[in-house]
Write a protein that binds this ligand. Structure first.
Ligand code: PLP
Length: 425
């Protein structure tokens, strides 16, 4: 049962006010709020269990290790990975992608090799590949987008050459909300014998992910965008790939035997988890995933799609308001229902829970600042996607992004505030 009143009670922060007005939190693509069960589980672990994992024979250490490894199982089930060895805890999407770039770069890339990315990537799926260029002459080949903010699926096949070694692509754009047809993209890449890394930072909160059905080689997401704590994220990798890659960081826990002459490495997934992990955050993440799973993606999607459609429709009422991406065309609203169905992000549909817009010549920062004064939290700027901004010919946008706890009433409040702010100009 999707009971919005009960759900909102699970998120204490939603009851607070800012500048004397009730908070309307529409910055969920940046980070989501945390349900009480996540906060309580983490507090309880610090109060009653805390001990370093994997190292101790004593009771608390074993208890903390059990909780940590159970969290790994929860993640495995959430993304339907084959085994726990394929689930690596990182600090987030950024670290996960950097891990793959550095280790894949070391093991598999040579001068003249190519990596395909897309024009709608977040900086965290662009810069790690560029960082490699100081050591190896790797070329980025960029899949363009169409004018309505979708990947140009006609151009993509032409980007593959005999030197293509990897395709790294976001499942959902954090700016446009575009849901990319990643299953099709993965199949295309595999037909060229090219492995695929999926940035699922914006997909994980809104879409069921099934890494086996998708057949992706790597997949990254962040805990804090899916109602979990900050400082924890996941890298999924097929075991055969993770086995081939060298360790990312050296230190405790990732080793087998160490001597000054030679060091051997631990088995998966520990080979990639050097040092003390944020085991309490891993527990928090598992509780967040449990929370989302208990509500269920069909219910979450039905609610969020209705809300996004309603907001986009109401925004079309404002003259001079331009929505970027698939939602900018009213016709795409009608096609929005099958965002993703069954297991796995399929992406036949247009947009996820993100609306990026500008109004006339009003600067996005001014709009965002004044909306904030009216209690509305939105994001402004380039959203860590400067190349996409160049493609769209703009410096930035205002971005409203929704989560499972947002309401129609909040959209109405947002619209009133937006109209008021526009009048000021
Ligand atoms: N990729 C996408 C599509 C994102 O939206 C974000 C964050 O906004 C990231 C990657 C980076 O995530 P994090 O900062 O949690 O590492």
């Amino acid at each position: 049962m999707f009971d919005l009143k009960t759900i909102r009670k699970d998120f204490p922060i939603l009851e607070r006010s800012v500048y004397g007005r009730p908070l309307v939190y529409f910055d969920n693509a940046a980070t989501t709020q945390k349900p009480r069960c996540v906060i309580d589980a983490m507090t309880d672990e610090y109060l009653n269990v805390n001990a370093n994992v994997h190292r101790g024979v004593h009771f608390l250490s074993q208890e903390a290790t059990r909780i940590y490894e159970e969290a790994r199982t929860t993640v495995r089930e959430f993304i339907h990975a084959r085994s726990n060895a394929e689930v690596i805890f990182t600090r987030g999407t950024t670290e996960s992608i950097n891990l793959v770039a550095a280790t894949f770069g070391q093991a598999c890339l040579h001068d003249g090799d190519e990596v395909i990315v897309t024009e709608m990537e977040h900086h965290s799926n662009i810069v790690p590949w560029q960082l490699l260029q100081s050591r190896v002459d790797v070329k980025l080949r960029v899949c363009p987008i169409t004018d309505d903010g979708r990947l140009d699926m006609e151009a993509l096949p032409r980007l593959f050459t005999s030197r293509t070694r990897l395709l790294a692509c976001t499942a959902v754009s954090n700016v446009l909300g575009t849901v990319n047809p990643i299953k099709e993209i993965i199949a295309l890449a595999h037909a060229h014998h090219v492995p695929v890394l999926i940035d699922a930072a914006q997909a994980a909160p809104h879409h069921p992910i099934d890494v086996q059905e998708l057949d992706c080689d790597f997949l990254a997401f962040s805990g804090h965008k899916v109602y979990g704590p900050t400082g924890i994220g996941v890298l999924y990798g097929k075991e055969e790939w993770l086995d081939r890659l060298p360790p990312y960081m050296g230190g405790g826990e990732m080793i087998g035997k160490v001597s000054f002459e030679r060091t051997t490495f631990n088995e998966l997934p520990y080979k990639f988890e050097a040092g003390t992990p944020d085991y309490v955050a891993a527990n928090g993440l598992a509780r967040a995933l449990d929370y989302v799973s208990a509500i269920g993606f069909p219910e979450i999607q039905a609610h969020e799609q209705a809300l996004t459609s309603y907001a986009a429709e109401r925004m079309q009422e404002i003259a001079d308001l331009r929505i970027f991406g698939p939602l900018g065309k009213p016709s795409s609203l009608a096609h929005q229902v099958p965002l993703a169905h069954g297991r796995g992000v399929r992406g036949e549909a247009s947009a996820s829970s993100v609306i990026s817009f500008n109004v006339g010549s009003i600067h996005h920062l001014d709009l965002g600042t004044l909306l904030d004064r009216l209690g509305i939290a939105v994001r402004t700027g380039h959203h860590c996607a400067e190349p996409l901004m160049h493609r769209l010919g703009i410096e930035g946008t205002v971005r409203a992004s929704f989560a499972l706890y947002n309401t129609r009433e909040e959209v109405d409040t947002f619209m009133e505030a937006l109209q008021r702010v526009i009048k000021m100009f």
